[in-house]
Design a protein around this ligand. Structure first.
Ligand code: 2AM
Ligand code: CA
Length: 277
């Protein structure tokens, strides 16, 4: 079998991401056509669909044997990670796109036989591209990102949606409330991809969500591996690339500390936690 030229694929993917980003920015002058998916908070716009179609067309033309899993419907029947698979969220943070016209990202993870090879997260309005090729380190706009070093909870900033520390049906608020109290600060950006990219860049130290889909975390997972950060489910198990997962990512020592001393202790005290995985 011939070697796959990941540099060439990376070059193409970056070019398409920048092009798609420009199209999205140009769309701001048009009225946004919003639909609801599973519920009134689950938004989708014409731009989500158009951007996914843009990538599908480009990838099919240039790399006809690659497979694509996209949030807006492409490849949802994919059940194995065989071959080369592009996992795409055309707009991660659609609510931000609709309400704020900022703080949303194009997220693309490219995997081969289930192993992450390329991670791209493009903050479209901030015009910041977080990128990596497996084994070559992670970058923001070609500037290298540092490997993560240990962080104390007391000195950490944690990405977290307020939902998970109020009454909800997935996690007892008493599990994470002490973590929130002890951390130096919390932030909620509303785009999982951006929050994961920020861990890679050292701007956040951990991020937790009780429910994410593959396109929300696929690119982030590749970036995090390049800086020595980790991603598991909220109970510390490996994530399943093709399924919905709870996601807990972070600098490894902080991640271990929160997992052992807060999440596991909470579970032992019979506080409720309902995990997709
Ligand atoms: P989206 O904007 O692409 O839908 C918001 O906290 C983050 O969670 C965003 O990255 C958002 O991605 C994601 N998200 C929102 N609703 C979701 C759902 N029902 N399942 C999985 N991920 C979701
Ligand atoms: Ca999306």
């Amino acid at each position: 079998m011939t070697e796959i030229d990941w540099r060439e694929i990376d070059k193409q993917a970056k070019q398409w991401v920048k092009q798609a980003g420009e199209q999205i920015r140009n769309s701001f002058t048009d009225a946004i056509n919003v639909d609801y998916k599973s519920n009134p908070d689950d938004l989708v716009t014409d731009m989500d669909k158009q951007t996914e179609q843009f990538f599908i067309k480009k990838i099919h033309q240039k790399f006809p044997d690659h497979r694509i899993l996209g949030e807006e419907g492409h490849g949802h029947d994919i059940s194995t990670a065989e071959g080369t698979v592009w996992i795409i969220d055309p707009i991660d943070g659609t609510m931000n796109f609709v309400h704020q016209q900022s703080h949303f990202a194009i997220s693309i993870g490219i995997y081969h036989e289930g192993v992450g090879q390329i991670g791209l997260i493009y903050d479209v309005v901030g015009d910041e591209l977080f990128h990596c090729i497996k084994g070559e380190g992670a970058y923001v706009d070609n500037r290298p990102l540092q490997k993560r070093t240990p962080v104390l909870l007391e000195e950490s900033i944690i990405g977290l949606n307020a939902t998970w520390v109020t009454k909800n049906h997935r996690i007892d608020p008493d599990i994470l409330a002490p973590v929130v109290r002890k951390a130096r600060g919390t932030r909620s950006y509303g785009s999982a991809a951006i929050e994961l990219a920020y861990i890679a860049a050292g701007r956040l130290d951990a991020y937790l969500s009780m429910r994410l889909a593959p396109w929300d975390f696929a690119a982030g997972l590749v970036l995090l591996e390049e800086v020595g950060a980790v991603m598991t489910t909220v109970d510390g198990k490996p994530v399943d690339l093709l399924e919905q997962n709870s996601i807990f990512a972070g600098e490894p020592e902080l991640h271990r500390n929160i997992l052992d001393n807060y999440i596991q202790k909470g579970i032992e005290k019979d506080l409720y936690i309902k995990l997709n995985r």
